[in-house]
Design a protein around this ligand. Sequence first.
Ligand SMILES: *Cc1c(COP(=O)(O)O)cnc(C)c1O
Length: 330
Amino acid sequence: MVKANAYGHGLERAVAALADLTDGFALIELERAVRLRAAGFELPILMLEGFYTAEELPLFIEHRLIPVLHRLDQIHTLLAANWPAALPVYLKLDTGMHRLGFDAAGLAAARTALSGKVPDITLMTHFADADGSRGVDWQLERFATMTAGMDLPCSLSNSAALLRFPDVVANDWARPGIMLYGGSPFPQLISAAELDLQPVMTLQSEIIAVQTLVAGDSVGYGCSFTSDHPMRIGVVACGYADGYPRHAPTGTPVLVDGLRTRTLGRVSMDKLCVDLTDLPAKVGAGGTATLWGQAGETVLPADEVATSAGTISYELFCALAARVPVSEIN
Ligand SMILES: *Cc1c(COP(=O)(O)O)cnc(C)c1O
């Protein structure tokens, strides 16, 4: 899965790292898929929301992009555009997510419409709660019922299913996403480290000022944090315009020169504040703030920051702003 600019990691960068390991890529954005072909990637490219308008189909055909079809009228549009019989398609089945996909009757109609015209069909569904209490069995049962007697390749598992229900993957295509980028699909239950996943993205900045507070001083917009004792704080050049979540409350973990501490007060557009009070006095202006990822031997999982901010690592990664300079370190 390399949708959303490879979960914010940069499409070309992720593709360079993964191209030799994968049997194909999947994404949403047509222009990006064309870029993958232009870069010389020859293996299957799956378009997760198919096509939106008939005007896109010539590009699908030219670049052999595989559409995920989830509505009958898409099939009519596809056939009207003289879709070559040799090109594969996916049919998406709704087995309980209730977003995209055919029900049993829709699937029958779709197969009838494609019959004799587009033989290369893969059946796909998506799990709603592979990371949660309902698991995947209920959807697998519906999938089995809906596809009984059809001898077609399948694609079912996301990261959560791959890690938690590896047997499900005894089918043909898997669709790992967040695990490729070192995020846990169930951070509340099992950390990325316990899953043997390493962080890929590290977000770092610098302490650009140090402030000394006396009891009663407050920090940042809204004066949402007020000290009750003398404190030393660092001002970090990173804010929500860089993709750091504004909802991260006081106490969100952060590393300064590799030492764990916490944020203080509200995150602003370009800055956030961190507590240096209990860190060695030499930690100060010019120090490195690691907002998530790896600082030397120490890891601050993006999942922890995300949990503190009431979100998931997926959203943090995808929100990394274009203004943040990116460098690659191996
Ligand atoms: C994004 C996506 C995935 C990958 O999900 P992860 O939780 O990141 O592994 C799999 N399948 C579909 C249809 C998706 O849209």
